[in-house]
Ligand binder design. Structure first.
Ligand SMILES: [Zn+2]
Length: 398
């Protein structure tokens, strides 16, 4: 089965416009789970894919060569952090994000909305946008749909995200409904701004815009949100506002509706989700893309992901263990260092400790996604998912 969506908007334009903006090819399905390839102006990635997070224009402690060697194909950078420091105009003058990050693969930027709603102080929200106080110098900063698109146009990622309102996990149904409606209105304004920039980055590369579904755990609000976004005919769609404390089961119920709500020929991206069992549930509901800080944040805290679950490498029990983090792992850390040595590096506050465990975790996530893709290709996703859950969490229904 193959479905294709090509946003060939400038078929007679200069050569650079003829590169695909974004094109998803679905090679195989196993239930709603799908194996595909996403073509971007900076190359193709295999899906389902995991994107490590380079918050401020750097995947912490990891060089691009090391990142590439983990099997990573696409990365994410945070608009909120970059707009405040060094500033979007500065990133543009430095050559754009690909130059700044020394990364020639695809990049996605979020809109900044999530960080504004979760991190920033003294927010005021109105129909036109949101004003917040910079955590760096206390200055008032205004973010509107048009401004969010302008910033991301200057940053120059392959995919930009609409500005959306991200209510907290405990928000009432009324608050979630208001967020769905406001986010839909902002999606329309983002689309207009994206059109006004000719759907290109400041450096003349084609740039896709994704809408973001909201609605909390209310399936009718999720459906309303999806309908409004799909009417805008965007190159891709994201599911936002999950993994905010609703619990695994509630997340699974929301995700079950996704194959019916979001078009099959566009990439579907579940934002901010990286727990392996959540990734498995989302893939089972037809999600193609993920991002999360877990591999690098946990790596910096000496916590390693393995096929047998997590390891806390600061624990004294590892101090004289000559075995690698995971004997089955082919990453640089597992080929060259033992658990005991890595524990020592953390205890001695050596920079190499966080780098090695981050490298291992990034390699694990890339391997995990590759194993998921193989399972879909073999038509064995449900069985292997149950086996992985058993190994990692001790229960096939975790
Ligand atoms: Zn490893």
């Amino acid at each position: 089965m193959q479905t294709r969506a090509d946003f060939a908007l400038f078929p007679s334009g200069p050569a650079r416009y003829r590169a695909p903006m974004l094109q998803l090819t679905v090679h195989a399905t196993d239930g709603p789970a799908r194996l595909g390839q996403l073509a971007t102006p900076h190359g193709e990635i295999a899906t389902p894919a995991f994107m490590p997070v380079g918050t401020a224009g750097s995947v912490k402690g990891i060089t691009p060569d090391q990142l590439r060697a983990t099997g990573t194909e696409m990365i994410l950078a945070n608009t909120y952090h970059l707009m405040l420091r060094p500033g979007d105009a500065c990133v543009e003058r430095l050559g754009g994000l690909h130059t700044m990050m020394a990364w020639d693969g695809p990049i996605l930027t979020d809109s900044g909305g999530y960080q504004v709603f979760s991190l920033a102080h003294l927010r005021t929200l109105d129909e036109e946008g949101v004003t917040f106080q910079s955590h760096i110098d206390g200055a008032d900063v205004r973010l509107t749909p048009r401004r969010a698109v302008e910033i991301q146009h200057r940053l120059g990622a392959d995919v930009m995200m609409q500005l959306d309102e991200c209510p907290p996990g405990e928000a009432s149904r009324d608050a979630l409904l208001a967020a769905v409606q406001r986010s839909a209105a902002w999606a329309r304004r983002c689309r207009e701004a994206w059109d006004a920039f000719d759907r290109q980055t400041a450096h003349g590369r084609r740039q896709a815009l994704f809408g973001i579904q909201q609605g909390g755990v209310h399936r009718d609000l999720r459906a309303e949100s999806a309908r409004a976004l799909v009417a805008l005919d965007l190159p891709g769609y994201a599911v936002g506002g999950l993994s905010v404390g609703e619990g695994h089961q509630a997340m699974c119920e929301v995700l079950q509706d996704i194959p019916d709500l979001l078009p099959a020929d566009r990439p579907r991206y579940l934002m901010g989700v990286g727990e392996p069992r959540d990734i498995l549930a989302a893939v089972a509901s037809g999600i193609d893309m993920f991002d999360c800080v877990l591999p690098t944040r946990n790596g910096r805290n000496a916590q390693a992901f393995t096929w047998d679950g997590r390891l806390k490498l600061r624990n004294a029990c590892h101090s004289e263990v000559a075995q690698a983090i995971d004997d089955r792992c082919g990453c640089y850390a597992c080929r060259h260092y033992s658990r005991g040595v890595i524990r020592h590096l953390f205890m001695a506050n050596e920079m190499l400790g966080p780098t090695l465990v981050s490298l291992h975790n990034l390699h694990f996530f890339a391997d995990f996604m590759a194993a998921i893709r193989q399972a879909i290709a073999a038509g064995e996703f449900a069985d292997r998912r149950a086996a992985w859950l058993e190994e990692m969490y001790g229960s096939a229904t975790a």
